[in-house]
Design a protein around this ligand. Structure first.
Ligand SMILES: Cc1ncc(COP(=O)(O)O)c(C=O)c1O
Length: 307
């Protein structure tokens, strides 16, 4: 059992997968990636890869933006991922990181006249935020990149310099996570998560046009809230001060799952404890993620390793 890669169209231990120092994507951020969880179900002896097709659909959207052409359909990408997970030998929860990138070893900022390549890594990822106890957050002094700069609806590597600036600033100031505002001062999202508010018993979350990544977890939580709890989500512009007076707030993301926000800018959210709606959604999502909800079969890609 080890970290494994699909690289240069072959499966190999991660330690053997190397790229050249002049690789275009390394210098210019000309790549897009995904983060996907494959949850190990020891009872059934299989991995339940969460919304694999949806992650690959989003990645192929990013490829279009960056003019990366891959010789793979969504189905083929899923099949390669399944084979990689199986070959890794892991029999525990895994984290899958596909990356489509400009692979030419060439200097010069552009998207054209460059080769494209694709790799996948399977590894493990400890909890990214303390979803169990809740997190303390702050509004960042950095603003979220705009669609007119680098399109945030693609998970484009270069954008993550923006996220990294915000995350490190937040951590060095004693917080767990940053919340970024748009150029015109509306709430956008966390450095690696979407954000939700609970106000008047309803869920509120920023609009796609407020430069968010269209999160797979965001969509799952909206669906679960509606179907399982009868709670509608309103997608609309959100002011910074609405965060301070919300009844509850939480982040959603593949790395963070559903992570309650207990405090923003030193102001407790609600009573400063994990809210009721957040707790219900956390529980529902945790069950759904590991395949224990027969209502959403299209959300799972099952990988059953030969034992
Ligand atoms: C900037 C950003 N926003 C939101 C998300 C949440 O997206 P998802 O739920 O698809 O993981 C992520 C994580 O990929 C992210 O990096």
């Amino acid at each position: 059992m080890s970290d494994y890669a699909f690289f240069h169209k072959q499966f190999m231990p991660l330690s053997e997968a190397k790229i050249g120092v002049l690789t275009h994507a390394l210098h210019y951020g000309t790549a897009c990636f995904e983060g996907i969880r494959g949850n190990w179900d020891s009872k059934e002896g299989r991995f339940c890869v969460f919304r694999l097709q949806d992650h690959y659909k989003r990645m192929l959207g990013g490829c279009r933006m960056l003019r990366i052409t891959l010789p793979y359909s969504v189905d083929k990408l899923c099949q390669l991922t399944g084979e990689l997970v199986e070959r890794s030998g892991y029999r525990q929860d895994v984290y899958i990181r596909p990356l489509a990138y400009k692979s030419s070893e060439a200097l010069g900022v552009r998207l054209h006249n460059l080769d494209d390549d694709f790799l996948i890594v399977v590894t493990t990822l400890p909890p990214y935020l303390d979803a169990e106890n809740g997190v303390r957050s702050c509004v960042s002094s950095w603003r979220r990149v705009d669609d007119t700069m680098i399109p945030p609806r693609g998970k484009i590597c270069g954008i993550y310099a923006n996220s990294a600036l915000a995350k490190t600033e937040a951590c060095e100031n004693g917080f767990d996570e940053a919340i970024l505002l748009t150029q015109d001062g509306h709430v956008s999202e966390g450095s690696g998560e979407n954000i939700f508010l609970v106000t008047g018993g309803k869920l509120i979350t920023p609009l796609p046009s407020d430069n968010i990544l269209m999160g797979v977890t965001r969509d799952s939580v909206m669906t679960l809230a509606k179907n399982e709890l009868g709670i509608d989500t309103i997608e609309r512009q959100v002011d910074r001060s609405e965060l301070y007076v919300a009844e509850e707030c939480f982040f959603t993301g593949t790395a963070a799952n559903v992570a309650p926000i207990l405090e923003i800018d030193h102001r407790p959210i609600g009573n400063g404890k994990i809210g009721k709606v957040t707790a219900k959604l956390q529980k529902l999502f945790a069950e759904v993620m590991v395949g224990r909800n027969a209502k959403y079969p299209e959300w799972y890609y099952l990988v059953s390793p030969k034992l």
